[in-house]
Structures are given as structure tokens and as C-alpha cells.
Write a protein that binds this ligand. Sequence first.
Ligand SMILES: Cc1cc2nc3c(=O)[nH]c(=O)nc-3n(C[C@H](O)[C@H](O)[C@H](O)COP(=O)(O)OP(=O)(O)OC[C@H]3O[C@@H](n4cnc5c(N)ncnc54)[C@H](O)[C@@H]3O)c2cc1C
Length: 428
Amino acid sequence: MSGTLAIVGAGAKAVAVAAKAAVLCEMGVDVCDVVAVERAGVAANWRQGGGWTDGRQRLGTSPEKDVGFPYRSALAPGRNAELDEQMMRLSWQSYLVATDQFVGWIDRGRPAPTHETWAGYLRWVADVVGLKVVRGEVVQLSLEAPNWVLHTRESSLSADAVMITGPGQPERSMLSGSPRVLSIAQFWQRAARHDRIVADNVAVIGGGETAASILNELFHHRVSAITAISPQATLFTRGEGFFENSLFSDPTGWHRLTQDERRDCIARTDRGVFSARVQESLLADERIKHLRGRVARVVARDGRIWITLCNDNCGEPVETLHRFDLVIDGSGADPLWFVPLLSPAAVDLLELGVGGPLTGERLEESIGQDLAVAGVTPKLFLPNLSGINEGPGFPNLSCLGLLSDRILGAERGVTEPPMGRSDAYQSV
Ligand SMILES: Cc1cc2nc3c(=O)[nH]c(=O)nc-3n(C[C@H](O)[C@H](O)[C@H](O)COP(=O)(O)OP(=O)(O)OC[C@H]3O[C@@H](n4cnc5c(N)ncnc54)[C@H](O)[C@@H]3O)c2cc1C
């Protein structure tokens, strides 16, 4: 793509796209300008203070799934092997070598890095490639034909295309204002202050990776019983075998699955599942139990929090009431978090593109090969909603190199070869 690509958030995806753009530029290949608009700092969500972690939690995916992974570039026909070689200078291992951490990492058996270390890696890449960052929180996204305009409180930026990143805001909770209901950000603030939680009966709402990290930390606090609440039948373990992993790294063949098969794959491997590592700690701790249900209401009464759960019993909704001393709302990540930022004209444009009001499902099903909403100009890239149509690795860290190709290759019609890189072996 040409012109300016503005990215909301200078996190993992922005760093990966900027890295590939910088390398292409060095190689003399025409590429767009990449600018990230960031409210806190590069990789802020992976650090203490960003609201999603205390920085001491460990990365779930392998760090070798770094900004260039899977190193099968397709953006420079005839020179893709060179492009991948240049991207390797920005790999996780290159970072460890550059910062003299490589020997220690190998000798310790390649441990999963903490989120803080992962942030260090992303910040190093951003520095090396000179990622352009405009500081400010995007508060509105409007249209000024033929461009997008990103508004922060301090300034505005016009761009030919926009990419939305990140899981949304961690400050929300189902009962904000109650000291007995913590948002994700409030929980991590306490954990980072070493402010120990002392409570008998604690509930954690959410069945995804965010709730899993919270449970992992909660074990170290003085709580007698922990209830994990999620709508799934149980706390599923993520499939982490070769076949599951390869769906995330290489979505070749994803289009051959039906919509139902794709949703089933994502449900088993990504949404609402805990990693095997977290499951191991859960198993070992007898304080934890799982409660199935969707949270219908949260009410504070008599110094306790009362949660009404709703379950479907053979087509009949059944409500049950449960009492807790403290509730942590870990249900936070929301791929539609940007929708309230859209101006009325931007909503109209997108609704025309997707054929109706903006729902998660409609947006997911309208995503094209380039990870943008199909048929909408100027382009709006929504990688976090690209899983169903394009492959389960695009919303997360599983194939950042491939994601960068799809975004930067938009309008050029570049498609990756069906199995691996076309010129990888010819040019050696
Ligand atoms: C606790 C936790 C652990 C996770 N572990 C893994 C893992 O091991 N492997 C994996 O693949 N995925 C993991 N994920 C999922 C993870 O969110 C994504 O894989 C990855 O961060 C996506 O990168 P990103 O660039 O979209 O977002 P992020 O890296 O989260 O970056 C988003 C950025 O946007 C900024 N921002 C937010 N709102 C605005 C705004 N309005 N204006 C300007 N800037 C804004 C934030 O400050 C942040 O810097 C984890 C998520 C969480 C919450």
C-alpha cells in the first residue's frame, strides 16, 4: 500500500509492520509511511502500568514467534530470501545477542520471557527501525475524503489507511466504583504494589488468557477459595500440538474449512481456553473451582458481591445466585473497542461496506485477504477481527511477519505462496 498507514497503538503489530516497512525501504522497495499513535508508550500493554499485566507474567507463545515470524516474506518478488535475512536482524534471538542475554537464555533452557522482557524486545525493534510514534490517545476516528483522520486531545493526523490494534481498555468492570469489584487494571495495580489480596471467597470472571494470568497471580495471595466463572462447559486447555500450532503460523488451507469448522477451531485453540502451563498450576491448587455461566447481574449488598449467572438448560434460561467477598472482572478484551471512536460518517461508510449495523460477526465476515474491511475505502485494517476469515494467528502474536505482508501488500495484490516462500531456495 502507498501513502501513510496510521496504526492505533504502538504494540506488537505496529512494531512488526513498521519493521518490515523499514527493511523494505532499505532494500529500495516502495512502501508506505508507517506512523503509530500511542497513548502510553511502545509496548505499553506488556508492561506494568499498561493495565493488562504486572510485567512479571510470562509470554504464552514462544518468543521465536517474533516480529518476522514465519519468515516467509512475499513482498519482494525475487528478493524474498534477502528480505527474510534482513528481518532476522530484528529477531528475538538477535535482540538477546545485542543485549548480551543470549547465553543466559540458552543455558536456562530457553524460558518463556516475562511480559516486561517481551516489551524490552519490542522497544528494541522499534528503536532500531525508528518507529514513528505520535503520542496521544486516539479519541475519534473520522473521515475527510479520501483519508481517515485520527484525533487525539492534542492533535490530529490524516492517513490513507488505518489499522486498529490492541485488546481495548482494561479499566472497565461490571460494577465500577465498588471496592469489592476490581477491573483488570485495578487488579494489576495492586499486584504491582505487592498489595496482597486477603479474602475468603474470590471470583474471577472470564475464560481467556487475561483471566488465566489473573488466576496465576492470585495463587500467591491470601485467598481461601477461587471461582473461575466462564460460559464454557469447563476450563478447556489450549491445544498446543503441531497441528494446532501450525494453523496459527500458516493459514494455508484455512479457507477450505467451513465457517462452523473455523469457529470450532478457534474455540478449541484460542478463545476461552487456558494454556497448558496455566492449567498445570490450576490443577495443583485445590482452592480453585469452575462455575459455568454468563454473568447477568452484579450487585453489591451487605458487604458482599452477588453475581447472577445465566445458563441455558435445554432451551430454558436458568438463573442462579452466587456470593463472593471479592470479584475480579477479567472478561476485558474486546475486539470492538474502537467502534465508539468512529464518527457518524465513518459508521455509515462501514455499515454500507458490511451490509448492516456494525456487529462483531458482520465485521469478522467482511474481512478481506489484506485484513481490511472488504470494499471500504479508505482502508480500515482490523487484524483482531481477521481470525474467522483469514486465519486464527492474525489477532495475536502467531504470525506477525505474515500479518505485515498482508497489510503492506494491500493494493499490490501480493499473495503469499501456498506452502512457504516462492524464491527461498532458488536464490541460495
Ligand atoms: C495478559 C495477556 C497476555 C497475552 N499473552 C499472549 C501471548 O503469550 N501470545 C499471544 O499471541 N498473544 C497474547 N496475548 C494477546 C495479545 O493482546 C496480542 O497477541 C498482542 O498484544 C496483540 O498486539 P497488538 O499490537 O494488537 O496490541 P498491543 O501489543 O496490546 O498494543 C496495543 C497498544 O495500543 C495502545 N492503545 C490502546 N488504546 C489506544 C488509543 N485509543 N489510542 C492510542 N493508543 C492506544 C496501548 O497503549 C498499547 O500500547 C495476551 C494478552 C494479554 C492481555
